[in-house]
Design a binder for this molecule. Structure first.
Ligand SMILES: NC(=O)c1ccc[n+]([C@@H]2O[C@H](COP(=O)([O-])OP(=O)(O)OC[C@H]3O[C@@H](n4cnc5c(N)ncnc54)[C@H](O)[C@@H]3O)[C@@H](O)[C@H]2O)c1
Length: 341
């Protein structure tokens, strides 16, 4: 079996998950890790026996013999790193979102094209089992044509206040909206034409995190489909799950409904709290990564090995960024905005 020599830039919360997947994948040699915080990079290197440790990604891009790199730095810090690795001929798995400005998205796409490297963005909800089943049902044609949809993907406050040190420098639209938007584009099999979004602020800023609490967005698709998309991070911390994830799609001859966070497969109740632990997204079974968020990373490696197309194209990711920028502009100006591709 062909093996892929992988490296990781960004040894934080999610970079550690990447390392765990590459470590258990028989087609991967994990040989390099970089974080500007040497202790984080070294901790992952020690855990998985990774020989190369860097604090400067430009040095890693130039010196390491990796075939591909996973870029797992904060949302707004993907572009310079991606351009550097592309220019050094490395294939890339970039964490979502591709970038947070149109100029950065363009720079990455141009560098990828010029270098002739392969690049996938980790928009992993396409691997989420109920959504993947919904896609199969919709594509079968048995339910008619997609007509309208509602999607809510929210996080509890803790994600913005504690989990991410950089939430005020990103947005819930980048952190979760990138997933919802990609899911809608994929299920409608269509491009967003026009958006109208309303936002609210004050809850998180009152907790010391200067970021928008919530966006409610209406999207119109090219072929006539319409959707409402809710993204916020002010769900109470007492919620039984970090996510609050709901979906409904009306088609001309049917309907699909998903509740991806309030499952009833397991409930754990202590004296303080009731929980429905994650058994879908990033859970472990006998120390092996099982959730769908790991499947997308495995899929990147598998497609690198067999050479087939990635299930999320770079163009998907670029268009998603442009649609989210239009949503932000709409919420800022209070008017509908046409998405310019
Ligand atoms: N697919 C998913 O479900 C999922 C889940 C969580 C996070 N993410 C994404 O993963 C990315 C990272 O998120 P996280 O939660 O791991 O953040 P994090 O803050 O825990 O980790 C980011 C790491 O990047 C390092 N870093 C920053 N700039 C660097 C640079 N120039 N060179 C080297 N290292 C640098 C930081 O020191 C830090 O260790 C984000 O884009 C986030 O949206 C995706």
């Amino acid at each position: 079996m062909k093996t892929i020599r992988m490296g990781i830039v960004g040894a934080g919360v999610w970079g550690a998950n990447h390392a765990s997947i590459y470590n258990e994948h028989p087609g991967v040699e994990l040989i390099s890790v970089c974080d500007r915080d040497i202790a984080r990079a070294q901790a992952i290197a020690d855990k998985y026996g990774i020989p190369e440790v860097f604090t400067d990604y430009t040095e890693m891009a130039r010196k390491s013999t990796i075939d591909a790199v996973a870029i797992v730095t904060p949302d707004f810090m993907h572009a310079d790193i991606a351009v550097e690795f592309a220019q050094n001929g490395k294939h890339m798995l970039i964490e979502k979102p591709l970038a947070t400005t149109a100029a950065d998205a363009r720079r990455i796409c141009e560098a990828v094209q010029k270098a002739g490297v392969r690049c996938m963005v980790d928009l992993h909800n396409r691997w989420n089992p109920p959504f993947n089943t919904a896609k199969q049902q919709i594509d079968s044609g048995a339910l008619g044509l997609p007509y309208s949809a509602y999607i809510r993907l929210n996080d509890i406050k803790w994600v913005a206040t504690d989990m991410l040190s950089w939430s005020a420098r990103s947005s819930i639209l980048w952190f979760l909206g990138s997933h919802s938007l990609d899911t809608l584009r994929w299920l409608f099999d269509d491009e967003v034409k026009r958006v109208y979004s309303v936002k609210r602020e004050g809850v998180l800023s009152g907790l010391g995190v200067d970021t928008t609490d919530l966006y409610l967005t209406t999207l119109e698709f090219e072929k006539g489909g319409i959707a409402q998309m809710e993204n916020g991070w002010i769900t109470p911390n007492g919620n039984t799950n970090i996510n609050d994830f709901k979906f409904n799609m009306l088609l001309t001859r049917g309907m699909v409904s998903i509740d991806a966070s309030s499952h009833n497969l397991i409930q754990v109740v202590s004296e303080e709290k009731a929980a429905t632990p994650d058994i879908l997204v990033s859970n472990f079974v006998f120390d092996r990564c099982k959730g769908f968020s790991y499947e997308s990373i495995r899929d990147f490696v598998d497609r690198m090995i067999d050479g087939k197309d990635f299930k999320v194209s770079l163009e998907d990711s670029r268009k998603g960024v442009l649609a989210i920028l239009a949503i932000m502009e709409s919420a800022r100006k209070g008017v509908p905005i046409e998405v310019e591709y």
